[in-house]
Design a binder for this molecule. Structure first.
Ligand code: H4B
Ligand code: PHE
Ligand code: FE2
Length: 249
């Protein structure tokens, strides 16, 4: 009941197109100096137009050739099991509806602007795609353990959604949940409020995520390879915890 068979392109209203255009232009003004280069390259590779809502087919055509990934149209947030099964099949779930003009700066749940503008560009990067695939393979191994899936979804949350990365040019954003939000893009790099810590897998596993406001803590990686390399430690940790009681809950 989460999957829809297509984007339903003819449902879009004038307001939807305006929301896409306003958000796209506003983010494209600020992100060249805030977002990590692979994200910016991905934006170019996909070839988004500022005044036209992208089609999932058009995005699939590009992704298929670059990394073999494609979009799975869904109605909204889906359960973890279905979510990780999609990732394992190189499919990224995306909603096809847009937030209202009254919610432009921040939305508590993922709309199409978040899923498509925030997530899709990095699906043109092979290291990042391998991380998603390998994480989902581990997730499916432990899919019957609520606790394990909760821990893996924290890793997903603090990297894919809200991750920062140290680059030659300085601290940059790669997390989709930040990139699709003007408010959080500025806050994540410039505010004194949040803690910014070096990526630490066990610390992340111990940190429940905040779903409905700006993050209090961001973890900083040095490369997407670092994410992929952390998965063996994740697998070991979950294997050990499968035996004993989880100390993290
Ligand atoms: C990985 C973690 O479970 C996370 O909350 C999942 C759950 N379901 C989802 N469902 C959709 N459509 N999009 C997402 O990003 C997620 N994230
Ligand atoms: N807060 C993001 C949307 C989002 C919600 C929940 C999880 C991840 C992302 C935005 O405003 O674009
Ligand atoms: Fe997301």
């Amino acid at each position: 009941m989460y999957f829809i068979n297509n984007q339903g392109y003819d449902k879009y209203t004038e307001e939807d197109t305006q929301v896409w255009s306003i958000l796209f232009n506003r983010q494209m003004k600020m992100l060249p100096s805030l977002a990590e280069n692979e994200f910016l390259n991905g934006i170019k590779t996909i070839g988004f137009k500022e005044d036209i809502i992208p089609t999932f087919e058009g995005i699939d055509d590009v992704l298929q050739t670059v990394t073999g990934w494609r979009i799975a149209p869904v109605t909204g947030l889906i359960p973890n099991k279905e979510f990780f099964e999609l990732l394992k099949a190189k499919k990224f779930p995306s909603s096809s509806w847009f937030r209202k003009k009254s919610e432009l700066d921040y939305l508590e749940e993922p709309d199409m602007f978040h899923d498509i503008f925030g997530h899709v560009p990095l699906l043109t990067n092979l290291d990042f795609c391998r991380y998603l695939e390998k994480m989902s393979i581990i997730a499916l191994k432990y899919i019957d353990s609520e606790e394990s899936i909760e821990l893996i979804s924290r890793l997903y949350w603090y990297t894919v959604e809200f991750g920062l990365i140290e680059t030659q040019q300085g601290l940059r954003i790669y997390g989709a949940g930040i990139l699709s939000s003007k408010g959080e893009s500025e806050y994540s790099l410039f505010s004194e409020i949040p803690i910014r810590a070096d990526f630490n897998l066990l610390e992340i596993l111990k940190t429940p995520y905040i779903k409905d406001e700006f993050q209090k803590k961001y973890w900083v990686i040095k490369s997407y390879k670092e994410l992929e390399n952390s998965l063996s430690e994740l697998d070991e940790y979950l294997a050990q915890n499968k035996k004993g009681l989880l100390k993290l809950m």
